[in-house]
Design a protein around this ligand. Sequence first.
Ligand SMILES: Nc1ncnc2c1ncn2[C@@H]1O[C@H](COP(=O)(O)OP(=O)(O)O)[C@@H](O)[C@H]1O
Ligand SMILES: CC(=O)OP(=O)(O)O
Ligand SMILES: [Mg+2]
Length: 405
Amino acid sequence: MNKYLLVINAGSSSIKFAVYRWAPSSQLIVDANGQIDGIENQPNFTIKNSYGVVLVERTLSVDEVHDHKSAIAVIRAWLEEYLTDGSLIAVGHRVVHGGQHYSTPVLIDAKIFTDLENLIPLAPLHQPHNLAAIHAFQKILPNLPHVACFDTAFHRSQHEIAQRFALPRHFFDEGVLRYGFHGLSYEYIVSVLPTLDPILASARIIVAHLGSGASLCAIQNGRSIATTMGFSPLDGLVMGTRCGSLDPGVLLYLMAHHGMKPSALEQLLYHESGLLGVSGISSDMRTLLASDNPKAKEAVELFVYRVGLEIGSLTAALGGLDALVFTAGIGEHSAIIRDKICGQAVWLGLELDSSANAAGQTRISTPNSMVTAWVVPTDENRMIASHTLAMLRSLDESQPKGGCC
Ligand SMILES: Nc1ncnc2c1ncn2[C@@H]1O[C@H](COP(=O)(O)OP(=O)(O)O)[C@@H](O)[C@H]1O
Ligand SMILES: CC(=O)OP(=O)(O)O
Ligand SMILES: [Mg+2]
């Protein structure tokens, strides 16, 4: 009988999942990788096996999937049919916010679950979906270890100065600080870069994770030095529906002159801003790039402009730049956006190889470029799977011999 690990990555607009086969003598082998994306919009269910062969590809009706809960039910039904030659031994979950206390993966128990629930106000677009997935899968798989892997953990290595706001000190002590997100994605990219070029192991790198949520991370010697998201996943870049950096004076104005309460501000800043708010058309970069509407063009230009500014800011944090890496939905798939962003980084000595970029090659800078540019598909799931396996091993070491792993 095969042993499998299940990975669940519940994002703001999608639930990605993966099934990994594990044998003690071998690496984790991805068996199936799937997702339901376009939740609440136009849900689509796709699953591929390790050879890229499509196992499932279908548009889901609104009756079948209209929110994260119904999407989980569809995934569960598929798993029950699929896992006939073995069984699951653990479930690894992406959890966006680990707060101050969770800086490494943890085995989820009732106390930890409550602690993570208390962080919902800090990531209302993600944490509830992450926890709903944990709750649902713990219910159907109650005897398995469920491991939480945090987006915030990778950034805890930052210097305290990079984590501080210029607020009175007691707010920092209370947990009002820059946490940073997309850490599992950055951790994965860091693990891959030296295989592309050994120099990248110690280079000064900016990774641009550009998806529905978007952030940049300055990395040196494999460690996070600074990042554009802060206390919440609202800060930094323009995103699908999130505003990114905003002068706090705007919030004071909206409260004083529009009578906006916290719940109305949350709705505005998380759901109605970003590409959607500026274009008035869509939060999806594909739709905006295909549109001739000047507002769509302006939203795209603002997205690119702000990435350009933040590249400058993170380059200052690194004291220079050796490499720029694109990843996530937009970063991996949109040659036009990469072209525009690299155009903003010419002053740093980055010279784009346009044909390599258009062809979707891994290295997209010219041989003479002082700053190299790369496209590296992220794999948060694999990172979660390997953390989950490490947790199983540590549990096994703490058990009398003869345990399951
Ligand atoms: N070919 C493409 N061109 C431009 N944007 C794309 C393309 N493919 C995907 N995207 C963008 O990627 C986004 C999703 O990125 P992803 O990293 O999967 O998001 P998340 O994990 O945050 O849900 C979509 O909203 C879409 O805007
Ligand atoms: C933290 C975050 O923004 O995640 P996502 O990109 O999945 O929305
Ligand atoms: Mg994501």
